[in-house]
Design a protein around this ligand. Structure first.
Ligand SMILES: NC(=O)c1ccc[n+]([C@@H]2O[C@H](COP(=O)([O-])OP(=O)(O)OC[C@H]3O[C@@H](n4cnc5c(N)ncnc54)[C@H](O)[C@@H]3O)[C@@H](O)[C@H]2O)c1
Length: 284
């Protein structure tokens, strides 16, 4: 098994970034999306990232963008799937590509919280199927490799090499776990920060300050929540049954109802584009 040709499914936030990094790393890349308009936005984001890296945008012309699924996968050695995070949709996409992809193609999903075993019965090659989960690709460079019980060890070690070739740090998740490794820890920190606030033990600012100062971090848990989006955070927290999580979900809901979803709407726990935690005075 050798990887040369990479097929990306979904030209959204993550598909765009994975495609660009794969092209920059010397792989042949084809990007498939059902929506051709996604390609316009995708190319704009690629240009922005390339500029931030002081690179020209020539590489974009080497990437094939297509709404033709068969064309996208024709000689693919690997698929990296980043379609919308919905179980029935992902299952449908995997069933579709099981028919279209050559027998050699390795199947990977970039799902954030689903498990590969929830998808595996919709693929025709379980031993070649694995979760391969990126964080942000250019800034946060860990890639989780999470096999299901039937994934072949050869695929796991191939993905380790492929992850390194994409300039990521591979982390192997030996048992299926929602949130993999980093997101699982992040949820615990954010959950604790939420409880500190809802129990009125400390202010949002003081909770963030204690994390930022001790760990030399550019933002604390509430700043992170603003960057994730309070609506996304509510979806996760609201589904946890314990009283502490429910109290935190209720706090998040007050912000959501006021239209404060975080950075994307200009306000969440902080106001953007110049949140208080970025002010040098904040940590004094
Ligand atoms: N956004 C993140 O920070 C992040 C980080 C890690 C992993 N992920 C995961 O990556 C996946 C994609 O997330 P995103 O944020 O890029 O989503 P997004 O909404 O930005 O993009 C999803 C894309 O999938 C396309 N799509 C929908 N149905 C399709 C189909 N049937 N065939 C082909 N394309 C289809 C949409 O047109 C859209 O362009 C999700 O599973 C998500 O959990 C996201």
């Amino acid at each position: 098994m050798k990887i040369n040709n990479v097929c990306i499914l979904g030209a959204g936030t993550l598909g765009t970034r994975i495609a660009l990094q794969a092209a920059l790393s010397g792989f042949q890349v084809a990007v498939y999306d059902i929506n051709a308009e996604a390609f316009v936005a995708s190319k704009k984001v690629m240009t922005k990232i390339l500029r931030s890296l002081s690179l020209t945008d020539e590489i974009i012309a080497k990437i094939k963008f297509t709404t033709d699924a068969a064309e996208a996968v024709v000689d693919a050695d690997i698929i990296s799937e980043s379609v919308t995070e919905e179980l029935p949709l992902k299952r449908q996409v995997w069933a579709q590509f099981s028919v279209l992809a050559p027998a050699k193609t390795i199947f990977t999903t970039n799902t954030s919280y689903l498990l590969p075993s929830m998808l595996v019965d919709s693929v025709d090659r379980p031993s070649l199927f694995c979760a391969f989960h990126f964080h942000d690709v250019f800034y946060s460079k860990v890639v989780d490799i999470m096999p299901h019980p039937g994934t072949s060890e050869e695929v796991v070690s191939l993905l380790e090499d492929f992850g390194r070739a994409l300039k990521q740090v591979p982390v192997i998740v030996r048992k299926e776990n929602p949130g993999y490794v980093f997101n699982y820890m992040l949820m615990a920190v954010i959950g604790a920060a939420g409880k500190l606030r809802t129990k009125e033990i400390a202010s949002i600012e003081d909770i963030d300050k204690s994390w930022m100062v001790n760990f030399h971090m550019p933002m604390g848990p509430f700043g992170i929540l603003d960057s994730i989006g309070l609506d996304t955070a509510w979806h996760v927290t609201h589904n946890l049954e314990d009283a502490g999580s429910q109290a935190f979900a209720a706090l998040l809901k007050t912000y959501i109802d006021a239209g404060k979803l975080g950075e994307k709407t200009g306000e969440g726990f902080y106001k953007y584009p110049a949140p208080a935690y970025k002010d040098p005075e904040f940590l004094k």
